[in-house]
Design a binder for this molecule. Sequence first.
Ligand code: FAD
Length: 481
Amino acid sequence: NHALLWLRADLRVTDNTALNYAIASGLPVIAVYIVTPMQWYQHHISGRQIDLIERRLHVVKQQLNDINIPLLVVECHDFSTVPATIATLCQQHQISAVYCNRQHPWNEKQRDFAVEQALIAQDRQWHCVDDYCVLPPGSVLTQQQKMYKVFTPYRNAWLKQFLSYNYQPVTNSDKVTFSQHCLNLLEGKSKVNGDIQTFNYSKQDSLLWPVDESAIQQRLQMFCETKAEYYQQQRDFPAIDGTSCLSPYLAIGALSARQCLAALMEALPQCVEINKQNGAFVWLSEVIWREFYNHLLDSYGRLSKHQPFQLYTHHVRWLENSDHLHAWQQGKTGFPIVDAAMRQLATTGWMHNRLRMISASFLVKDMLCDWRIGEQWFMQQLIDGELASNNGGWQWAASTGTDAQPYFRVFNPTTQSERFDPNGEFIRQWVPELQYVPDKYIHSPSLWSGFGDVDYPLPIVDHKQMRLLAIDSYKQAKTCY
Ligand code: FAD
């Protein structure tokens, strides 16, 4: 008998809960990763993230190999054929128990339910365990046993639980069992250990993000030791390298949130207790936002189904202007900070958080475009695309979410630009046409007398007008509800 470890958004060998359980079962473990190109396409997963997954899988395969666990990579068209594929694998490899880490989006939960049923029918065990969040969804609740809808009380309850919890990540290199050695002897590595085939997906290179273990751990270490302290002062300025840039790894599970917090606590052990305004605490809070959005996604199925959290916003009347949408996607809106952000996204697959807020707000409030169109575009581009955080971020910016930006507080893209990129350093990096525009006009270049010689568009909208229109549209939606 064997155990099957089914890897999904948990592409790591250290601190992988399902892997630890599988090893602890005492059975020889075989691992599998299932490639689902059509499902990825339907979920708008970016070609960059798939490239990152493929590259990372080569590393994981080697790491698993080092502890004598062979990795199979099989392809299914989409989730619908996964249960039959797992059932067949179980028959082929005499698998009596399947181990995996729980995923929180709706379709993944439905898929897992179907797999569980298929396994029960064959009298095999199914162990789906919590791993993606530090604290499992459903474990941070109000006194009425409900999910929090507002972040700050959620964070307080989360911290209380976290501080009384052993958050240390678990390594497993010492856990290679005798049975695992037998697996090698009996089956021969080559039998189940072929090369990973190139994924059948339209990919874009993800080389800005190294995938080997030491590079990822070093990035985490370096951030916690040298930057976390200054995070609060630096995190809002896109020209400064002040955030961790770890999101792509967290999204595919090359790194766990527990590992992040353990590294933070080791570097700055007092960050939770002393002064809640220190940089490290603010970074910890961002990781807690990730938990908040994942817990919400788990509690509210509708968030996975293109539904707003605030139901009244169903009635907002969005405008459809394909020229404007195209300009936003291409970084040609005539608002330099938005254009720089959108070009950074298109070129690297990553965008700074402040810019995600500004460009999302611009699409929704200055273009009055349905937030779901922006959410999908981000997902198609982002290397760190993650349903919970992307949906949470978009619903925050669109004022359709829980604890979102109130609809009447509309970001002014020009003042945001003046505040967070004061000298236009970031703008000039990504919008080279504006290289020689004087600092004074860098945020509104069309006001500069030399603008006629610059190959850059006029602003596609009038912010003041669109702001009023947006506020009015939300107001009207409220009265319809
Ligand atoms: P750091 O500032 O170093 O933060 C550390 C980690 O905390 C991040 O890696 C991330 O896992 C988490 N985190 C930070 N901020 C947030 C946040 N606001 N919400 C949830 N988690 C957070 N994040 C994603 O991981 N995937 C997405 O698809 C995504 N889409 C977004 C869309 C919009 C419109 C907005 C406003 C935000 C989105 N975010 C998303 C959140 C945030 O912008 C990114 O997590 C962050 O910019 C990643 O950079 P970093 O790793 O340097 O973050």
